[in-house]
Design a protein around this ligand. Structure first.
Ligand code: AKB
Length: 331
């Protein structure tokens, strides 16, 4: 890698910038590096987005290369993927898309001496072979969804590019992410966002998981801060080149319902578990994130109570201002 990179300005490309995490991370990166140094990209343009946006289908390596050269990109955040529940509808297509887009990004990074790359992994890499409580970073990985298999393989490819080519790829295994700014899509943990929307709209919630299905979750602010802190850490401190476990908090649907009922005592919930319960039953209940704490100082700030009060306050304000059209209410 060229030594001049240290003196070059940082230009970030986000692939998958319209997604739940991508849309919020894009704003955080613009605050950090300046609006003109952040290139948002996705399959479709985002209505009302004011800064630089490029249409990129990440299965097309030439298109990624073109944008990297055009803007002299120095860092890539590759967030595009098909998630756990959606992925089960078309397993082979999910594998193709998740892996092809990752290989394309890694190859463009290698060929263009990209300074740093971020690749998100997930708690979906774990399966029955890992302890359910306090799942360690180096637990056995036997994922049972195609999304989990693609993330476990992706982590190893990330490490391969680091070991073989010195590419500075960094990764986090996200728990379910809960935020008011954007909507999740196609995940098993999505219920934990939807439930707050229903509470604020004073509608009944149908939960696709069992009431005691405890899963690791994280508030969006913590998830974004973790990503920025990992990417800021000195290279020599990054001891894990597959992916870091990070914990926020763990809760079950029954626990979040109890918390919401402190503010909405009449909130009604019906439990109607579907195939997503099967997926959730193989994922950890809680996560050991001591490697992330030791290497780059990770510490979550939000618990269930603060997540609930923030979600409800922010969503109430959004719904008050606008219609019930969720897409137009976000960000
Ligand atoms: C999903 O539920 O698929 C995602 C994840 C935990 O990676 N939110």
């Amino acid at each position: 890698m060229s030594q001049n990179i240290e003196y070059m300005k940082t230009v970030v490309l986000i692939i998958g910038a319209n997604g739940q995490l991508g849309s919020v991370l894009t704003e955080a990166l613009k605050q950090k590096f300046g609006n003109s140094n952040v290139i948002a990209s996705d399959l479709r343009a985002r209505e009302g987005y004011k800064d630089t946006f490029e249409i990129i289908d990440a299965t097309d390596i030439d298109r990624i290369q073109e944008v990297v050269v055009q803007y002299k990109v120095t860092q890539i955040y590759h967030l595009a993927a098909i998630l756990s529940a959606k992925g089960e509808e078309t397993p082979l297509q999910t594998w193709d898309i998740n892996m092809k887009t990752l290989f394309n990004v890694l190859e463009v990074c290698r060929k263009n001496n990209i300074e740093k790359v971020f690749f998100p992994s997930s708690i979906a890499v774990f399966g029955e072979g890992a302890p359910l409580e306090n799942t360690p970073n180096n637990a056995y990985l036997d994922p049972a969804t195609v999304y989990g298999i693609s993330k476990a393989a992706g982590e190893n490819w990330a490490q391969y590019y680091f070991l073989r080519y010195g590419l500075d790829v960094r990764s986090i295994r996200y728990p379910g992410v809960i935020g008011y700014q954007s909507l999740p899509g196609g995940g098993t943990t999505d219920y934990a966002v939807d439930i707050y929307h229903k509470a604020v709209l004073e509608e009944k919630f149908n939960c696709f998981l069992k009431e005691d299905a405890t899963l690791p979750m994280i508030f969006m602010d913590d998830a974004i801060r973790a990503t920025l802190e990992l990417m800021d850490a000195p290279k020599e401190d990054i001891m894990t080149r597959t992916s870091y476990n990070i914990a926020g908090i763990s809760f079950s649907p029954a626990e979040v319902v109890a918390e919401i009922r402190k503010l909405y005592p009449d909130f009604e919930v019906k439990y109607d578990p579907d195939f997503r319960q099967e997926i959730a039953s193989r994922w950890p209940n809680s996560i050991d994130d001591s490697a992330a704490t030791k290497d780059w100082g990770w510490k979550p700030e939000f618990d269930l109570e603060s997540i609930t009060t923030t979600m409800i306050q922010k969503l109430k304000a959004k719904y008050k201002k606008g219609s019930k059209n969720l897409e137009t209410l976000m960000l």
